[in-house]
Design a binder for this molecule. Structure first.
Ligand code: SAM
Ligand code: SF4
Length: 334
């Protein structure tokens, strides 16, 4: 078969897209307050989820046609879907930088198999180092298992292992320095995430957001930091700071106060096969209908190119015209 020509997937604002976020499932074994309601979250019927073959096909089209070089698996909680290493193996064969975002609760069981299947990097979400608070946030008493999962990821050779911390005023912002110290101690980068209006309960308010500036200021007061030069950052969403004493780095994802829309290179695939050009997009492309309707790779690629061609300049949180997406974080794939 003749080699397929690669054309960068450029939108109307000149941004080339290279990064695919795949939601493997909308289901989860936690109920983090900032993401899902404690009860009553409706799950997709299983037959609506893309199969691993369908997911891998979309990924292959993105890599072969558009030169994508990064794929991250997320959810919902990706590790609750059966046989995840099978999917990892299919995607690793595409030769991309393959990453996973997880709540970490099952990593002691899975980390080795995931690494052996070709996973390279991992982000573990952890919002409190105090057991009672962890249970209040996630509605699960599993801090010990998550901490053990972080160790299992390190032992399995996943590199880098990063921690994602959603910072919420009055909930966990008194642990900023504790998290920074924990990261230095373990040799893992902690990435502090500004709380975004994507919670299923729609309880988000602006005053719960702890801004990037405040996060850096409060940590730096205890352990002095300096910014890592912008050139190193590229299109990655995390702005980075390093400790003056050489003790490592932290990242901040300032989606609310300093959105990185200008350099965004991502597209997202939801668990049921809708392509979204932005986390906050108010439109989607139903790729599953194309895949199950017998579309060729050319037709799938053309549809993706049209959808990304229509991408907007950026989201408008904090402005009156901001429209919350109808779906919450776990339904889109964070
Ligand atoms: N279940 C996995 C996990 O928790 O890591 C993957 C899916 S989760 C939706 C992906 C990331 O989104 C997590 O780091 C989580 O903390 C973050 N997240 C969820 N809701 C958020 C919100 N409202 N604002 C900011 N980050 C959020
Ligand atoms: Fe589940 Fe992740 Fe959402 Fe928490 S943030 S409820 S672990 S999907």
């Amino acid at each position: 078969m003749a080699a397929v020509e690669r054309t960068p997937l450029v939108d109307g604002f000149g941004r080339a897209h290279r990064d695919l976020r795949i939601s493997v499932t909308d289901r989860c074994n936690f109920r983090c307050t900032y993401c899902m309601p404690a009860e009553g979250m409706p799950w997709l019927p299983r037959e609506d989820l893309l199969t691993y073959e369908e997911l891998a096909r979309v990924a292959r089209v993105c890599v072969e046609r558009f030169g994508f070089d990064g794929i991250r698996l997320t959810g919902g909680e990706p590790t609750v879907r059966a046989h995840l290493p099978v999917l990892i193996e299919k995607l690793a064969a595409l030769g991309v930088d393959l990453a996973l975002t997880t709540n970490g609760a099952t990593l002691r069981l899975l980390a080795h198999d995931l690494a052996a299947a070709g996973l390279r990097r991992i982000n573990v979400s952890l919002d409190s180092l105090r057991a009672d608070r962890f249970a209040a946030i996630t509605k699960r008493d599993e801090l010990g298992r998550v901490l053990d999962g972080v160790d299992a990821a390190l032992e399995a050779g996943l590199d880098p292992v990063k921690l994602n911390v959603v910072v919420m005023r009055g909930v966990n912002d008194d642990e900023l320095v504790d998290f920074a110290a924990f990261g230095r101690d373990k040799g893992v980068e902690v990435r502090f995430i500004e709380f975004m209006p994507l919670d299923a309960q729609q309880a988000w308010t602006n005053d719960q957001v702890v801004t990037q500036d405040e996060i850096v200021e409060r940590i730096s007061a205890a352990m002095p930091l300096e910014p890592v030069p912008e050139s190193v950052r590229g299109s990655a969403p995390a702005a980075r700071w390093r400790y003056l004493d050489g003790g490592g780095e932290i990242g901040v994802i300032p989606s609310v106060t300093h959105p990185f829309c200008e350099s965004c290179d991502r597209v997202r695939l939801t668990a049921e096969g809708s392509l979204r050009h932005c986390l906050f997009a108010t439109r989607e492309l139903d790729l599953r209908a194309l895949l199950r309707g017998g579309a060729s790779d050319d037709e799938v690629a053309d549809a993706i190119a049209r959808e990304v061609g229509a991408k907007w300049a950026g989201h408008q949180i904090n402005q009156v015209q901001f429209i919350r997406p109808a779906r919450s974080m776990s339904q889109i794939g964070g």
